[in-house]
Design a protein around this ligand. Structure first.
Ligand code: ADP
Ligand code: ADP
Ligand code: ZN
Length: 220
């Protein structure tokens, strides 16, 4: 087990590049990528009771209720590969989730080290998400124009499993943005007040954002 577990949160609106960046940053830091949306989609694909409960909320672009979400993510964080920390993507998304995470980490004697707040203007989000393609096997995000499939970074596939998420339709995306501003953006002040938030400009080339994130983590 690592002496000092590292917990890093990627915060930002849908489409800000959390999944894209987590894939590289997780590898760079040797941290498991824990993405609540990926966990829900895994449960949906396998038609588990959790997946069935989450589906109606996800289809509408609403948040899945806190109790379900918190239990799912804390369970994931209690698995052995997260003993050295984790790179959290898409969780927490409400103040109640943030409080539950703080409590769980405090009980383990650890804490969140850094919250990376990836900022992207709303207008850019709709164009990013309407061209997003996801690999059904690895969850890796690609983009029809901005990041066409070349190779699977996980060495598993050849682009045969790419699909467009149902909730990436423009009308659902607009609702997800409203949900982000109402329910998730208060976390920016919550973590800023703790002195662990770092703002980053996510409206730049993918590689430029990656380097800025790596630099921010290196300052820890
Ligand atoms: P994106 O990164 O594009 O915003 P995600 O894959 O993170 O999308 O999430 C997809 C959907 O899964 C959300 O719209 C929501 O319904 C559900 N979800 C994911 N994470 C959470 C969370 N922390 N709390 C509640 N619902 C969540
Ligand atoms: P999130 O996990 O925050 O919802 P993703 O990482 O899935 O966001 O990115 C959303 C879409 O935007 C994907 O299709 C991705 O390829 C694309 N994308 C990510 N970062 C950038 C960027 N810096 N510039 C242009 N497109 C990007
Ligand atoms: Zn793949």
């Amino acid at each position: 087990m690592t002496a000092n577990p590292k917990y890093i949160i990627l915060l930002g609106p849908p489409g800000s590049g959390k999944g894209t960046q987590a894939s590289v940053l997780g590898e760079n830091q040797g941290l498991p990528h824990v993405a609540s949306g990926d966990l829900f989609r895994y449960n949906l694909k396998n038609a588990t009771p959790l997946g069935l409960q989450a589906k109606a909320f996800m289809d509408k672009g609403e948040l899945v209720p806190d109790d379900i979400t918190i239990a799912m993510v804390l369970d994931r964080l209690s698995q052995p590969d997260c003993a050295g920390g984790a790179l959290l993507d898409g969780f927490p998304r409400t103040l109640a989730q943030a409080a539950a995470l703080d409590k769980a980490l405090t009980e383990k004697g650890v804490q969140i080290n850094l919250v990376l707040n990836i900022q992207v203007p709303d207008e850019e989000i709709v164009s990013r998400l309407s061209g997003r393609l996801i690999c059904r096997e690895c969850q890796e995000p690609f983009h029809k124009m901005f990041k066409p499939f070349e190779t699977c970074p996980h060495g598993k596939c050849h682009g045969e499993h790419l699909y467009q998420r149902d909730d990436d339709k423009p009308e659902t995306v607009r609702n997800r943005l409203t949900v982000y501003w109402n329910q998730t953006s208060p976390l920016i002040d919550y973590y800023r007040a703790k002195g662990i938030l770092k703002d980053l400009n996510g409206y730049q080339a993918i590689e430029v954002v990656t380097q800025a994130l790596i630099d921010a983590v290196a300052q820890l």
